[in-house]
Every structure is written in structure tokens, then in C-alpha cells.
Ligand binder design. Sequence first.
Ligand code: PHE
Length: 339
Amino acid sequence: MIEKLKNIVDKAKADIGKAHTREELLQVQQRYLGRKGELPILLHKLSSLPERERPEAGQKANEAKQTLLRAIEEQHALVGEKNEKPAEEIDVTWPGDEMPRGHLHPITQFLRRVKGIFYSMGFEILDGPEVELQKYNFDLLNIPKDHPARDVWDTFFVRGSKEDLVLRTHTSPVQVRAMEKRKPPVRIIVPGRVFRHEATDASHEAEFYQCEGLVVDKGIRVTDLIGTLKMFLQETFEKKVRIRVRPEFYPFVEPGIDIDMSCLLCGGKGCPACKQSGWMEMVGSGMVHPKVLKNMGVDPQVYSGFAFGLGIDRLMMLYYGVDDVRLSYSGDLRFLEQF
Ligand code: PHE
């Protein structure tokens, strides 16, 4: 048996050496190693050997197979080099194809702009968790359990969480979180993603970006709030804008103020984008409620502050002239490649 194996290997090696094309090599491979090749046929006879001799013969047969495979591989490389022309001539001086290049998402680009503007006004930029304790999202912001105001924020609750977790419905929870580690004076912004259980349409998404702002110091007044936001809007849009303020209710501020900006598209005359009113709602804001100041560990007798929540998506849409929020989150390259 072992003698026969040796014969096969010698014969096969000689044939491999004589193969001058890959085609021929393949035929040799078939002849010796293919399903009905000489080596497999011999292997088949292993079972008829006396049991004592089987292991050694089996091992030798395996070695023979490996030897042949290696020989074939080496010859394959050789005949390839010598006899086969490359499929096409390659002109190495030809300029390469341009690779498609990605870029930042328009929201990211716009957010960087927003951060830059606030940074230049002396604001610190903070982060907070997207999965939030109800304590921060509601309770400490003066929105007690069972208060009807909770309904305003259509909340995603995290099922089965012992700690009463929600997906934060606004960036306001970071107001209190930030003050746990700071003392006034503070000036912070918190850009980030928020979530609401809402039906989506051209101006509503269940997931969007806000930028929270908080200023706490001695003697902070409503005019500081209005001035700061007007300044921010003018810097953002690089033109003089008119704003108007309206009273609005948010449990964590008193008074609560919504700030509208004269419509950038029609200049205030009225158009479909501003629903013919000439104004666009940009910011929810107000003076921090004394109860919330207390929750922040700040004495409302000594300090006052203002807070605001900017709708980043809406600002971004106005800035670039996009008319449907859903485009932002569509991942559609026809949209994204325009930025
Ligand atoms: N958190 C509010 C909202 O999402 C916006 C807001 C922030 C209002 C800060 C007042 C002060 O609607």
C-alpha cells in the first residue's frame, strides 16, 4: 500500500511538472485527486487493510495528498506567470476614478453653526442622557405626576424599567442635571435629540433636535432673554430679524414666553410657509420658575435666570429652505447630496 502511494506521488509530480498551462494542470489534478482520481481510489482500499496497518497508511495517504496539492499550487503560479497574458494592458498613467465622498448631515452642520454662535457668546456646551429619569424630565421641572401639563409632551415610556425611564421629551431635564454640579453664574446650552410619540407630517417628526439654553446669575431679566435670542437669530440668519414675544405656559418658567420671528421667506407679508401670518414660532422660553431654581439648589431670592428651547430642525429648514422635516431623517441621498 505504502509502496503504491509512493508510486502515485512520483508519477503525479512528474505530470505536474510537465503541465504547461493551467488547463493541463487542472486535468492532472483531476486525474490524481479528482473524485475518481488515483489517490481517492487507493484511499478507498484503506478499509481492506489489517487494522494494525491502517493508521500509518492513513497518515501517509494524507501527507501524499498535501504534497500533491502544494506541488499543483506552485506549478499553477509558474504557468500563470509564463503563459497567460494579463486580461488587459494597464496604463498606469491614466487618472484614477474619483471615489464618492460622504459629508456631515445637514443637521450636524447646522448644529455646529449654532454651537459656534453660542460659544462666541460665552456659553458652555453640555450633553445629557437621551433615556431619562421621569424625575428630571418632569418632576424637578415642576411637572408633577397626574398634572395635565404632562400630556403636552407625548411621551415614550420605557417598558419594564423600575426607575420610571422615558425617552426625554425635551432637553430641559439637563437644566437641573447641569446645576447639580455647578454654581451660578452659569451660561450653558444643551443641543440634543428628543422624542415624542406623535403622528408625523411635514412639520412634525417623532424624533428631532432641540437646543436648550440656561442662564442663571444675579439680576437676570426678561430683556436679557429677549436680547440673547434676538442676537442669536440674527447671527444665525446673518440679517436683521424682527421678533415678537407672546405669553405661553410652561410649568418650569414664569413668565413663559414664545418668541416668533418675522417670516424669512415672505418678509412678513404672509405666505404658505408661515401660514399667511408673517410670523414663525422659533423658541419656547421664559424666566426659570422659583421652584425649579430651588430644585437646582439655587436661592431664588438671590438669583434669577432664563431658559429656552430652540427647535433645531425648524431653524435648519428655514436656514436651508427645506420644506419637509421628514426629508432630514429619510437618509435619501438625493436630499443629502445637496448640502
Ligand atoms: N422644553 C420646552 C419644550 O420642549 C421648551 C422650553 C424650554 C420652554 C425652556 C421654556 C423654557 O416645549
